[in-house]
Write a protein that binds this ligand. Structure first.
Ligand code: NIG
Ligand code: FE
Length: 411
């Protein structure tokens, strides 16, 4: 099937040849075509150009995009979309003065979600999670990474990863799966941390590898959660089972997680609310993508990742949602892009690069996603008629999306 989009006011993120990521000053450049056409052949982008050069095309479907913007769908490289129930009670506790840390210390937080998850049947978790997945697809996300980490038992972790696999089989959105058994120490092992690490390494990882349930291994490297040495041990075990590391670091404290991630060739290091000069220095010329999660900063009222400082140092930066029940109950990448502009002082060009091509890199899909390039997946956002793409972050509370194409089809 051939689909033709005509008279596109502006086609964003046009890359003639595929690039892996953009870094530093390159992030300010968002290549676009004004008054453009775009051709989709089934699920692939097959051609694009200026309207004045439009060749004769026999399209099965023609869409007039006068006044509208077209861009690649968002690549959300960090989420915890699969969970059971919610934590709205803790949200009100925080309004009433408790901190995220205090709630976690009294058995709430991740352990609260773990209890709910272990009490819920796999089918029910799937039903709850698919609602969130469908929501983010309609908000323009075309590729999403989803983590386990609310099981914290062999059965619970496998259950989560099987739900992720089933979502990937049943939906047109591209899904990458991450094993995050090292999200917190479960209550059962609170006085036997060695025992839980052994359980992850000797029981969970071999089964996950056998069933091919995950692409990546993640660890919450943070004071009170997993130390740098534990993070390294779990990353190494994951690598031995074919999983590339992608880790949670520097959310509340800078304890050396970034350096450990780089040492083990982590694909990304995520959160980065607290960054030292040494952390920035370590990331220079590495293969590791730094990922900021501004809606987490917003929801928890914690610092934002120092994007300006990092980009000035020549680093790349990706943006993701962190969609989860505790620190970020939102999977809206449009809000992430707007918040990056409003609170982190990223320009719209930088934020869109960070949420498309760099997001694709941070989840290992930049060869197929994240830009308008011939041969890439026909995953697109078609906006409503708007004055310019600056509206996307500017009108931060409005839904400006008219249609989302995944695999070349309007969802
Ligand atoms: O990325 N920081 C660690 N994990 C999640 C939140 C987990 C939770 O509170 O449920 C995050 O913010
Ligand atoms: Fe997270």
């Amino acid at each position: 099937m051939t689909t033709l989009l005509l008279n596109i006011q502006e086609l964003l993120q046009v890359r003639e040849t595929s690039i892996a990521k953009v870094s530093g000053a390159e992030m300010a450049i968002l290549p676009t075509l004004k008054n453009a056409y775009l051709v989709l052949e089934n699920d692939i982008i097959s051609d694009f150009g200026l309207m004045e050069n439009l060749p004769k095309i026999n399209a099965d479907l023609t869409i007039d995009a006068t006044g509208k913007i077209v861009l690649p769908t968002w690549c959300d490289s960090h989420t915890h979309i699969v969970y059971a129930g919610n934590r709205e009670g803790e949200f009100v506790d925080r309004i009433n003065g408790l901190s995220y840390e205090e709630i976690a210390n009294r058995g709430g937080g991740i352990l609260n979600s773990a209890q709910k998850l272990n009490e819920t049947l796999e089918e029910e978790i799937y039903e709850q999670s698919k609602v969130r997945l469908e929501e983010v697809m309609h908000l323009g996300t075309g590729a999403v990474e989803i983590k386990s980490g609310y099981g914290l038992t062999v059965e619970g972790e496998l259950k989560m990863l099987r739900v992720i696999k089933k979502l990937a089989q049943n939906y047109p959105i591209t899904i990458k799966s991450t094993f995050l058994g090292a999200h917190a120490y479960p209550t059962l092992f609170k006085d036997n941390k060695r025992g839980y690490i052994d359980c992850m390494i000797n029981e969970m990882l071999p089964q996950i590898a056998k069933e091919k349930l995950a692409h990546y291994v993640d660890v919450f490297c943070e004071t009170g959660y997993f130390t740098v040495a534990e993070t390294e041990e779990i990353m190494v075990a994951g690598i031995q089972h074919g999983l590339e590391p992608k880790i949670h670091v520097n959310q509340f404290n800078s304890i050396g997680g970034i350096q450990a991630g780089i040492k083990h060739k982590a694909l990304s290091v995520d959160h980065l609310e607290v960054m030292t000069d040494d952390d920035i220095e370590a990331l220079k010329n590495s293969h590791t993508m730094p990922v900021a999660l501004p809606s987490c900063s917003y929801f928890l009222s914690i610092p934002y990742t120092p994007a300006r400082k990092m980009i000035a140092a020549g680093l790349p930066l990706a943006l993701a949602t962190d969609f989860n029940p505790g620190s970020t109950p939102s999977g809206n990448m449009n809000f992430v892009v707007a918040t990056a502009c409003i609170k982190m002082k990223m320009t719209p060009q930088e934020a869109i690069n960070a949420a498309t091509i760099n997001g694709a890199y941070a989840m290992g899909v930049s060869e197929t996603h994240g830009s308008i390039t011939k041969g890439k997946k026909a995953n697109l956002i078609l906006t409503k008629a708007i004055t310019s793409y600056y509206q996307l972050p500017y009108a931060f509370g409005s839904n400006l999306i008219e249609a989302v194409f995944l695999d070349g089809k309007i969802i």
